[in-house]
Design a protein. Sequence first.
Length: 182
Amino acid sequence: EPLTPDQKITLRTDRCQKCHGHRLKLRGTETQQEIEVERRRRVTEYTVAVYDCLDCGEEVRATLPDGRVPVGYGPQLQTEIVLGKIEERLPYRKLEERLGREGIPSCPATLQAVVWNASERLKDEEAAIVQRLRASPWVHADESSYRIDGRKVWIWVFCTDTDLLLVIRPSRGRGVVEEVLG
């Protein structure tokens, strides 16, 4: 079934491809669709005001909006980096290549910092989930083996009707259950 087009283009010709004649009579039309993924890089430059505090002499800088960190990547790009690393299991070198194809400069150390910062920003939410799991009358727990950088580890899932926590540990032992649920 054809998709709803974002753009329609009508193609016409004024000559026969075989004899190059110009006497053409329109018999009908046919449609052909082309699907393309459109990626556009958008660069936003922030001019950050830098002040001197006249009371204490401290240098004061304006803050970036919405918790942005000065790594140069916006929230959507940071999300794509984290998903590429965690969900798609791409090495930082492959992430760097992917961004390079989009014309976005990067290096593995910067990409690692983006993933680490995302992890740090989620610490409070993780702690809140653990507290709710511990307070729940029941928690379903399960584990599955997984390989990270050639090492066998265990992904543990702890869930209730309202919360889900995934942790990666080198052990399948009950110590993980005690660590999470107390």
